[in-house]
Design a protein around this ligand. Structure first.
Ligand code: KIV
Length: 277
């Protein structure tokens, strides 16, 4: 799957499915399930690295996880049928300067099997970065609405609730399309806005907590499988995966054969007497 194939799916009215992966195991699961694209999202900072936000994850760590996900893809589906592999650019890898952003995104394409990057926001500086990346041959997926890298400014609140915020998001979506994004993630906004932007834009709008009418849906796989301790309200689990896994492991531990009676503890030799001075 290539970025242009996602556009073709939108034009043909076919749904687009994107799932996150963070290593070879999760990537193979997602590929075998038949997702169109696999996102090595910086949510891995929280989901598998145990950080409280996505901010601490480094570019080196994203490259490491993306390489592992790429290895999981190889062999898990027929040649030519692999999902599009997209890697998130982590916080501060693209905000400091356009040159640094090109270097970071370039490393993703040179050092991993990813064929596209995703980055958050649509500030003028971000749009300039996207324009430069696209002109350098690097496909870019945008991300607006709830943008976890801005948690300290915006929190995890739903965006687009009032008219001013709605207009800002419409303007941002138009600008991302004009800057050359091949698709965009729209996170935690009213369903009507998801529907409106999907109808308005030519590029696919892939929603999470943005209603069913988006061109596609993206989910954090660990949330969907119920493996994370808590899931966001807009991403309910499909199964109680964590509970089932713990139960199965407890059962395995309980099933270990135990000797009928514990062997008598070996008697240890008496310690040498303390020397007298
Ligand atoms: O990092 C991530 O997993 C994401 C998805 C929530 C879209 O950006």
């Amino acid at each position: 799957m290539r970025p242009a194939d996602l556009l073709r799916r939108k034009q043909a009215g076919l749904p687009i499915t994107v799932l996150t992966a963070w290593d070879a195991l999760s990537a193979a699961l997602v590929a075998e399930a038949g997702a169109d694209a696999l996102l090595v999202g910086d949510s891995l900072a929280m989901v598998v690295l145990g950080h409280p936000t996505t901010l601490p994850v480094t570019l080196e760590e994203m490259l490491h996880h993306c390489r592992a996900a790429g290895r999981g893809l190889a062999g898990s589906c027929a040649a030519g049928q692999e999902p599009l592999l997209i890697c998130d650019l982590p916080f501060l890898s693209y905000q400091c300067s356009t040159d640094e952003a090109v270097a970071a995104a370039g490393r993703v394409l040179k050092e991993t099997p990813a064929a596209a990057v995703k980055l958050e926001g649509a500030e003028p500086e971000t749009l300039a970065v996207i324009d430069r990346l696209v002109r350098s041959g690097i496909p870019v997926m945008g991300h607006i609405g709830l943008t976890p890298q801005s948690v300290h400014r915006l929190g995890y609140r739903r965006q687009g609730n009032d008219e001013a915020s709605r207009q800002r998001l419409i303007h941002a979506a138009d600008a991302l399309q004009a800057a050359g994004c091949f698709a965009l993630v729209l996170e935690h906004v009213p369903a009507e806005l998801g529907a409106e932007l999907s109808g308005r834009l030519q590029i696919p709008v892939v929603g999470i907590g943005a209603g069913d009418a988006c061109d596609g849906q993206v989910r954090v796989t660990a949330d969907l499988l119920g493996l994370t301790p808590r899931q966001p309200p807009f991403s309910p689990p499909l199964l109680p995966g964590r509970q089932r896994a713990v139960e199965a492991l407890r059962q395995w531990i309980a099933d270990q054969p135990r000797p009928a009676a514990l062997p008598a503890a070996p008697t240890s030799p008496a310690p040498p007497a303390a020397p007298h001075c």
